[in-house]
Design a protein around this ligand. Structure first.
Ligand code: PLP
Length: 426
């Protein structure tokens, strides 16, 4: 495996040791030649062993569903490389994502271009690079595809119930049931090949039954397409799976419902290949963010009648909502609290001059000082990739780490060689 800046942890070290070493290292380097004050720049530690464990769990729990990792969720090259080595496919949303994934050694047939509304130049690029599988949900997209990529293998994305998900997608993407037949007939007229159906129940889904209903909806679309003469062979059940620490119970519950629905509506002998586009699932718990407290103010809470709790701490940290913490405003910071240690109401601000840049409005935590570091877990999903350098603050560095044990069983330079556990998985 190309190392993509991955550091191999020797057997005596833990991820916590690694984070502490990085913090110490930062304090020993006051400045580097271009005057980046490294000791105040946030950093992520990406634990690639966590990805490995997630993958093993996926294979065991959803044996019929091949994961195509959603690159949009976190496009760190080491993440892509690790997942490619483990044997996943990839869901790309743009020319740039396809370029990135191909540059890391992934072959085109392992990519689905899973964006239903694509710029024409991106479709042309997919065509020249042999990326044929792509989604669509409207007639205008079909016209573009028919002009630029006649070999395309099309997957019709349908709108499904996403009311129980944190981030809803069906208002923006997906065909309504009433237009499915007309759209498929248009594919016939344009001589385009439709091979399957996709859906997304919304990111951060909380209801396993959303998958069951969506799989049943997809079955109806399959039946309509088969009657029109299409050879339907792919079902794509999208993303929405949990990935934070403690994800297991909910993931197992989702998987049970999905496996039952697949057996009922798409039995194994139907010849339909089932794929998914998990993003959060793979990366959420793998990333820990370390942020530096670079400024502090203590203010009086005039509304408080409790003299014990009338001081409010305001901390200014090296990352914020315009950086890695953009979609995680409610995530609490982690500190080690000694029993009985006093906690203060704390407001945590990001580094920029915008007042929108507030990470938490109220968080009860022990007092910390300028120069201290706070660690925030579960920072892998939609964090690094959505980060900007607003106000010219540096984006957080990413340090990918793999344990020596996992490194020893990971195929090197042979992307196609499966890990031992993968022998039961095609
Ligand atoms: N597939 C598509 C088309 C998406 O839009 C998204 C997220 O927005 C994903 C997959 C990944 O979803 P998640 O991170 O919830 O698994």
């Amino acid at each position: 495996m190309d190392l993509c800046d991955i550091e191999i942890l020797d057997t005596t070290k833990t991820i916590s040791d690694f984070i502490n070493d990085k913090i110490k290292e930062r304090h020993s380097v006051v400045s580097i030649p271009d005057i980046i004050y490294l000791h105040e720049v946030s950093f992520h530690v990406a634990n690639l062993d966590d990805l490995h464990q997630k993958h093993i769990r996926w294979l065991r729990t959803l044996p019929r569903v091949k994961p195509f990792y959603a690159v949009k969720c976190n496009s760190t090259p080491a993440v892509i490389r690790m997942l490619s080595t483990l044997g996943t496919g990839f869901d790309c949303a743009s020319k740039g994502e396809i370029e990135l994934v191909l540059s890391l050694g992934v072959t085109p047939e392992k990519i689905i271009f899973a964006h239903t509304t694509k710029p024409q130049s991106h479709i042309k690029y997919a065509s020249t690079r042999g990326v044929d599988m792509m989604t669509f949900d409207c007639e205008e997209e079909l016209l573009k595809i028919s002009a630029c990529h006649t070999r395309a293998k099309l997957v019709l994305r349908i709108a499904v119930d996403d009311s129980k998900s944190a981030i809803k997608l069906s208002q923006k993407f997906g065909t309504k049931p009433s237009v499915v037949k007309k759209l498929l007939e248009r594919c016939k007229e344009l001589d385009l090949e439709v091979i399957g159906v996709s859906f997304h129940v919304g990111s951060g889904c909380t209801d396993s039954l959303a998958y069951r209903q969506a799989i049943e909806d997809a079955r109806h679309v399959f039946d309509t397409a088969v009657l029109l003469g299409f050879q339907m062979r792919l079902l794509d059940i999208g993303g929405g799976f949990p990935g934070k620490e403690g994800f297991q119970i909910q993931f197992d519950e989702f998987s049970k419902v999905i496996n039952e629905a697949l057996d009922e509506f798409f039995p194994a002998d139907s010849g339909v290949q089932v794929i998914a586009e998990p993003g959060r699932y793979y990366v959420d718990s793998a990333f820990t963010l370390a942020v530096n407290v670079f400024a502090k103010k203590v203010v009086m809470d005039d509304s408080s009648s409790d003299p014990e709790n009338d001081r409010v701490m305001m901390y200014y940290i090296s990352d914020g909502v315009f950086g890695s913490l953009n979609c995680l405003i409610s995530y609490p910071a982690h500190t080690n609290v000694a029993p009985g240690e006093k906690r203060y109401r704390s407001i945590i601000w990001g580094p920029t001059c915008s007042s929108v840049d507030r990470v938490t409005a109220t968080y009860w935590m022990p007092e910390v000082q300028v120069g201290d570091w706070l660690l925030i877990d579960n920072m892998g999903a939609y964090s690094v990739c959505c980060s900007s350098d607003f106000n010219c603050f540096y984006k957080a560095h990413v340090y990918p780490v793999l344990s020596a044990q996992t490194w020893n069983i990971t195929p090197k330079n042979e992307l196609e060689t499966p890990l031992p556990l993968q022998s039961s998985y095609n």
